[in-house]
Design a protein around this ligand. Sequence first.
Ligand code: ZN
Length: 235
Amino acid sequence: MIAGTNFPPARIEQIKGDPEVMGMVGDLSGLSVPGPQHRELHDMVKEAEAEVGAKDVHLLVHRGSILGTAYLPKYDVLLVNERFPQVVLPIECKAILAHEIDHKEKRGLVTKAVTAVTKLAGEDGGRLQDARAVLFRFLTFLEFAADARSAKTYGAEHMYNGLQKVMVACAMEDDRIKAYLFPERRIEEYHTLTEDEIRNRVTGIADGTFEPLDKGDVLAERFKRLRNFAPSWER
Ligand SMILES: [Zn+2]
């Protein structure tokens, strides 16, 4: 354990048993506070935390099958796969960490929005769909806001490139992402998809040459907004 990284073990056990978290990262058996072998990752989190102007970011590392990196508002924890720094460059890693730390900063807003929407839905059951749509739009907006924070802190191109690499790595491991990227393929064909094919498809979504089925696709929109941040960068 690295000094200052203690976290209640009972809380870790609670996260390990959370099916929602498991769905995001796969196996959670390796969930722990960062150890000496995670020093590089820990230091990058600390740097991004300072750059963003946040504090008290609790990093937990995992060895799940999916390269999931996420801020968990329910536990106020930043969850990072220990393989993450091997998949992206350090600057891209920090850009993505800054994005996640922005989610931590907006944690109070999310809680308020969920409470408000739950109340709205409760007052009239018929408005449940509307309430969900409002919440979805709000959460989507938070993704754009987090990307904007990351772009401002480390440069839009690093978030853009890092996000592509993460999508490729996640798609290699997660059929749900393959299904999203390749709506024209049948599930039986997924194992034949090569890393190059996946990378080409992700690049297509990023540069706008491939349009996802859904018109208001959040990922495509995130890439588009990141491109607009710095139209002249080298790609
Ligand atoms: Zn996010």
